[in-house]
Design a protein around this ligand. Sequence first.
Ligand code: HEM
Length: 497
Amino acid sequence: MGFVLFFSLQTWILLITFICIFVMYGHWTFGIFEKMGIPGPKPVMYWGTIARHNRVHYLDDYECAQKYGRIWGVYEFRKPMLAVMDPDMLKTILVKECFTYFTNRRNFRLNGDLYDAVSLAEDDQWRRIRNILSPSFTSGHLKEMFSIMKHHSHKLTDSLQSKAHNDEVIIVKDFFGSYSIDVMASCIFSVDFDSIKNPSNPFITHANQMFKFSILLYIFQGTIYLVTKRFDPFFLSQQPVKMTKKRSIRVKTSLHIESLWSHLCTSDVSCPLLLFLTGLTEHEIISQVTMFVFAGYETSAIALVFLAYSLARNPEIMKRLQSEIDSTFPNKGPVEYEALMQMEYLDSVVSECLRLYPSIPRLERVAKETVKISEITIPKGMLVMVPVYALHRDPELWPEPEEFKPDRFSKENKQNINPYTYLPFGAGPRSCMGTRFALMMVKLAMVEVLQNFSFSVCKETEIPLEMDVAGFVSPVRPIKLKLKMRSISSANVDPCN
Ligand code: HEM
């Protein structure tokens, strides 16, 4: 180290200038929230606030909400991010000013070939694509998807029979994940993977890996909107295959992704869910269908897994739900669309589960222009983040927030809920396109499973759960439960009598 002393004056000046610039650049953006009068955790040079003690970003949001209230500022590295949980502000940002100032999510341009998927597209392109896709989600059209879903929900219950019979511990995600991917693939690609029987299907293995990414990757790539790069090498390298082998369909017994794309590209193959694709380029069509599978698969699977977990931990609620199921579809009768969608307690149970475990824990919008909302001036380019997980556990909005209480969403109580305090599917023109599709898929599976089985916790069930740092709300270790077969008679006994 002695040589340092012999540096020339110029070298010393250069070195000190470099250190000063390095330090200044690392802190450059950090004063912004102070100037705006917004509280928040203290940032660390270059790292911002992401190096805080809680590595699970949505649990960190929860801690910040307790400390700073409903508005605070954090820094993802040097990037300022305004967290907003105030319902009035959320209404303005997500709905009223959506088209003028907050149309887009952030975009790192890391989306590879999926840059034109509806979830990633921006401004006019997003509006055009969303308008073309929207009619696919009318109730009439969704009703047509119901029979496809039923085919898979039957397979799901069949696959659970032997597990219940042998009193085996099940990894819940293995079953609901397979159901979810099979429904998505059938409704979107017209392909039956039958992954309940073939869990090693390459599509499901890659889809599962896609959602296992580190917090750093999460921050760089956002949530579902940006993880697409992750499956580029696998899925989108198929693009040349698609081009060259167009119309040469080679559906093999065990379907490979290559044949999937060729399958999709034949003119005589339909895409049952997305019927209305005229007006989109071929590239846009491929991007939409790919994005839809992934937007729907993990989110719906997570919802089902947490639903099973919550019911197993609350047997009284499960019994009450089973009683509603049994009176709606007596003697384990076939589940019908209209009746299913009118089941009140089922709706309350699903809503409460999505409150406690919203699959997507944060929403995002970028300010296109500088705009003043509720006395706060949000500068152009600032990222506004909605901490949905923390919002759903705000004790002032949701008394006893950690408790699983479906009655919060009963018919009488529901009308008192401010819609901007409950955002599992987002809100406004940019909210989830698949909300009704997802609810139908989740409700159908749960009703058919509960007609036949009851969930219970066992010594392998982790309580409480340790949450994963990955982008979605999910546990580190898989949730394990046991199933008990329900007899026909138990399926019709009213537990209230
Ligand atoms: C329980 C299951 C699901 C949950 C919790 C969920 C939640 C969400 C959330 C929170 C967003 C962001 C909304 C916002 O920024 O305001 C979103 C966007 C989206 N979701 Fe879902 N989703 C689910 C299932 C589905 C399914 C099944 C599909 C497709 C069939 C789907 C398609 C989409 C699309 C296309 C977007 C982007 C919309 C746009 O940018 O215009 N989702 N979802």
